[in-house]
Write a protein that binds this ligand. Structure first.
Ligand code: BES
Ligand code: MN
Ligand code: ZN
Length: 489
């Protein structure tokens, strides 16, 4: 997809679709277009074919016009960023349903922030084009280019910036979605390791800035990652620790480290899960997949920041070597862990990865994980759970969530919750009981993150959708990119 911005005469732009955001009252370009079409738009509104209500769309065909169609996109009642994002997504999906190859988006009627607006447009166009890649030859995409039109020349530079950024975020989301949707018999820890090495390929000019390394189980054993290895012990698939470094700033700048849980299949292990919906545990690597998406987006945007992605990748299975409830393992930090439930495996792989990243002297560490079913009880499928040991970081993530529409909400890490992790046989137990499951999981992680500023995103509710539309969402790539973009300024 080719994105450009222009402020040339709107009616002279060559395109086969024009997306026109408008409410029931035509203003500015909408009014001018209506006049040039002898009142065809206002007639549709008057007749009740188009109400202008938020996210409503209507495709008008204009015989003889240099644009073949106008897609009216309702804006009335959309005021918050979240509502505007939904309006833009509706426009992108209406465009996708047409045979357009070249479209113009009229940058009016939505927001006063051309950079934000154009970024959401480009992102939505790219995510609307995603189709699960089943390995067979895919049909070529019809839409080849989109021009963001603005009447204000002073908005052009910001709009162009927004298009590059948003397009990269959209592509990053699609990468995360594809990895998430792949079945667990294909998407194994080894597969992810191969993909990590491939991620910088074909991007020759930037390649120098991206380096990938993969630690084997033998190397992790040398590092004394007894907790992580206790999870992969029960699987025939060897675990991997994937490290992708993106260097966009000078070498001395402290990195933001993203640690993404990648359990390529979570059967529960010996604490086996029930059969219902167990297929969805192929999505238990979506935290790691989001890190792949972010790294790819960083390469595309060349953000001036250093970011290190660390992805502990394992399969949680119950073979004869599997960890048993009651087993005690020693983490890389030296803390011993009583594994009371082998289905609380995410924290067991994350804790060793979180200790490992101390070597990078990070500015900030954010881990991303489909960690608890409990977060769905607390926040549903709408909002990611967020816990942090630093108030500024937590506030920054909340704002990044609002601006990107990929929202997160904070839960507390009070020490009363940490008390629930007491063990008679080790320094800490890996479960805290029936209550506050998302918080006790984060309290567990907090024992391993005392050396740096840290936040945890629990995306068990937001990383994929179930039911007829089953599929990975690409979240939380947008909030992470927004956070990094704001830090890189
Ligand atoms: N991957 C799951 C969390 C999960 C469950 C995500 C359902 C999405 C939907 C995680 O490894 C897990 O099994 N967590 C347990 C923790 C419990 C044993 C303390 C859970 O949430 O039930
Ligand atoms: Mn589990
Ligand atoms: Zn899991």
């Amino acid at each position: 997809m080719d994105f450009t911005a222009s402020s040339a005469q709107l009616l002279n732009l060559k395109a086969d679709s024009l997306i026109l955001p408008t409410g029931p009252q035509l203003k500015d370009s909408a009014q001018a277009l209506d006049e040039s079409l002898d009142g065809a738009i206002s007639a549709l509104i008057k007749a009740g074919d188009f109400s202008g209500k938020k996210a409503e769309t209507l495709v008008m065909h204009i015989p003889g016009n240099n644009g073949k169609r106008i897609i009216l996109l309702g804006t009335e009642g959309a005021t918050t960023q979240q509502q505007l994002i939904k309006v833009i997504a509706a426009g992108a999906s209406a465009l996708k349903k047409t045979p357009s190859a070249k479209a113009v988006w009229v940058g009016e009627g939505l927001s006063d922030d051309p950079e934000w607006e154009s970024s959401i447009i480009a992102r939505s166009i790219n995510t609307a084009s995603y189709k699960y890649d089943n390995g067979k030859k895919a049909k070529a995409q019809k839409l080849k280019s989109l021009t963001y039109w603005t009447g204000k020349k002073t908005h052009l530079a910001a709009a162009k910036k927004g298009l590059v950024y948003g397009s990269a975020v959209g592509n990053g989301m699609n990468i995360a979605r594809q990895l998430g949707n792949l079945p667990a018999n294909i998407c194994t820890p080894s597969y992810l390791a191969t993909q990590a090495k491939a991620i910088a390929k074909g991007k020759a000019k930037e390649q120098a800035k991206v380096t990938t390394s993969v630690l084997s189980e033998a190397e992790m054993k040398k590092l004394k990652m007894g907790s992580l290895l206790s999870v992969s012990a029960g699987s025939d698939e060897p675990g991997k620790l994937i490290i992708i470094k993106y260097q966009g700033a000078k070498a001395s700048a402290k990195p933001v480290v993203l640690v993404g849980k990648a359990v390529t299949f979570d059967s529960g292990g010996i604490s086996l899960k029930g059969g219902n919906g167990m297929d969805e545990m192929k999505y238990d690597m979506c935290g790691g997949a989001s890190v792949f998406g972010v790294i790819n987006a960083l390469i595309e945007t060349q953000l001036p920041i250093n970011v290190i992605g660390v992805i502990p990748a394992v399969e949680n299975m119950p073979n004869g070597h599997a960890t048993k409830p009651g087993d005690v393992v020693t983490s890389m930090s030296g803390q011993t862990i009583e594994v009371l439930n082998t289905d609380a495996e995410g924290r067991l792989i994350l804790c060793d990865a979180l200790t490992y990243v101390e070597r990078f002297k990070p500015d900030t560490v954010i881990d991303i994980a489909t960690l608890t079913g409990a977060v769905i009880g607390a926040l549903g499928k709408v909002t990611a759970g967020m816990l942090a040991n630093d108030d500024q970081l937590a506030d920054d993530l909340i704002s990044s969530g609002l601006r990107s529409g990929d929202r997160a909400w904070r839960l507390p890490l009070y020490e009363e919750y940490d008390d629930l992790l007491k063990s008679n046989f080790a320094d800490i137990a890996n479960i805290g009981g029936a209550q506050a499951g998302t918080i006790t999981a984060a309290c567990f992680l907090a024992r391993f993150t005392e050396q740096y500023k840290w936040a945890h995103l629990d995306v068990a509710g937001t990383a994929w959708v179930s039911g007829a539309q089953k599929g990975s969402t690409g979240r939380p790539v947008p909030i992470l990119m927004e956070y990094l973009r704001s830090k890189a300024r």
